[in-house]
Design a protein around this ligand. Sequence first.
Ligand code: ZN
Length: 303
Amino acid sequence: MYYYIFGTSPKEYKEINSEVEVTEFINVSNDNLRAEIVITIQGLEGHESNSTLKEVVSSELVVGTMENIAVGTYFPDAISFKHALRSVAIKENFGVRIKASDKTRVIATCAYQGCKWRIRTSICEDDKSFEVRRLEGDHTCPGINRAGNRLATSTWVANEIQDIVKRNPDIPPKEINNNLEKEYGLSLPYMKLWRLREQARENIFGCIEDNYKWVPTLQAELISRNPGSHITYIYDVRDNSFQRFYVSFKVCSDGFKYGCRPLISLDACHLKSKHLGMLLSATSLDGNNGLFPIGFAVVENES
Ligand SMILES: [Zn+2]
């Protein structure tokens, strides 16, 4: 019997036996908080073994999530534990003081003097993941001012809003604020949220400047995969900066030649990012009056 972690290559399967431990699953699933394990059972001896029986097991492993820091919860590493701890503290309205943090353990207490709340995590056998081993005492602290919770640092917020920004990169700062308010009772100024959204976008998609560096590679890759296509990249020879990128796939130009009406409509729209520019498109109509794309280009300006 074999298993592999959902999202990884089925070729990287491992044999499953009673000695496979939970921590091992977590280790392979790495930072995926939800691990799905696919178990394949190879054909029995004597049978044709080409057909494999598959069973998908969605595991209920307690891998640390934002709200869960109960005893026995696992975290891929110390950083993710601290992030979860911070989230819980902001939500439940208390301050955190890290008492000890090294390669083998993280110990934290409530920041309020006299409050007995305390948590301890230790490194697991895999030398990587951390497990919550002890959680002692109830909070006797009066709680700290929510809106000004000092734990809500920029890095924490940018990390926290990463998921919603990934789903909608253009999410208005106000909506982000609504989310934070509902989840953590936090309210942040508009401009701060705007910058945090930029930071979250950069964490997810990389910075815009870096993406431009991939254009020559993109051009080479597109040409090699679509022989006969017209794909040109023009850059400023003085400083190698981006000027124009034009794409017309062979299938599109062929389709236009053999299956479209002799009509080309041109359109342009302004690009809204730090570097502006314009997106031009050439479209035709096919036999069914459907829009048929011929080519598109990103240029500095329309003329
Ligand atoms: Zn406390």
